[in-house]
Design a protein around this ligand. Structure first.
Ligand SMILES: NC(=O)c1ccc[n+]([C@@H]2O[C@H](COP(=O)([O-])OP(=O)(O)OC[C@H]3O[C@@H](n4cnc5c(N)ncnc54)[C@H](OP(=O)(O)O)[C@@H]3O)[C@@H](O)[C@H]2O)c1
Length: 208
């Protein structure tokens, strides 16, 4: 049985990622700051209490994992430090096959593409959000500079709607797709997790 680590497992997307991972038969290691936020119990689910900023905690969550998915999100600029730590620890995981980092449309070279989404167009330039997007862009840069088998997914806007199975992935030069539900994004992560051809790609994901 393959082992997968999910970071940000107590969040909106993280919760759906756990469900999908278990449905796909993975042994799941979920890094959570507060284990009480996860009420389900499953023989194949191990909760690791810790902070993504701690090398020791991240190491405990990702050891022996073939797959690692980050759904970490914060409204404060803490991603650079967390990703710096995560990338360092991931480099020591010999069995790692794929690392999926959930970013945000507007980060990195998708800044121009985000101009096509009215909410993002104004958000990116607001002082509070500007810092957040700069932080996520720096975090992406750290991943890009590594030798890891990463995939960067940049959702447009996440919703709590049901599954629509209308997910599309486009590159930064195309028109941005519509908002995507967290459940659809979780399904998409597992659709591409082991699919060849995704390594070191950065795509915008949304719905048709
Ligand atoms: N919301 C949107 O519209 C949107 C749009 C595009 C992209 N995104 C990205 O999509 C992803 C998922 O979004 P979401 O809204 O579902 O996320 P969310 O509900 O805000 O969840 C974020 C998760 O990250 C965890 N986290 C934050 N800092 C951490 C740390 N230092 N150590 C350990 N865990 C930490 C949180 O843990 P706690 O439960 O302990 O706080 C939580 O589980 C994020 O990467 C977000 O940036 C979101």
């Amino acid at each position: 049985m393959s082992r997968i680590a999910i970071l940000g497992a107590s969040g909106g997307l993280g919760t759906h990622l756990i469900t999908s991972a278990l449905e796909h038969g993975f042994e799941v290691s979920a890094l959570v700051r507060d284990p009480e936020k996860i009420t389900r119990a499953n023989y194949n689910l191990t909760l690791i209490k810790g902070d993504a900023g701690s090398g020791e905690d991240v190491q405990a969550a990702i050891e022996e994992c073939r797959f690692v998915v980050s759904a970490l999100g914060a409204r404060k600029p803490v991603m650079t430090a967390c990703v710096q730590n995560l990338v360092r620890e991931l480099q020591a995981v010999k069995v790692l096959k794929r690392f999926i980092f959930v970013s945000w449309l507007g980060a990195g070279d998708s800044a121009m593409q985000a101009q096509g989404v009215s909410e993002l167009r104004s958000a990116i330039t607001r002082t509070t959000h500007k810092k957040m997007f700069e932080d996520i862009s720096r975090a992406e840069g750290i991943i890009r500079a590594s030798r890891l088998p990463y995939v960067i997914l940049r959702p447009t806007r996440l919703t709590d709607g049901g599954p629509t199975h209308s997910t599309v992935a486009v590159d930064a030069k195309e028109a941005p797709p519509g908002p995507i539900s967290r459940v659809d994004l979780a399904h998409f992560v597992f659709r591409i997790l082991e699919e060849p051809g995704w390594e070191r790609r950065e795509v915008t994901v949304g719905s048709k």
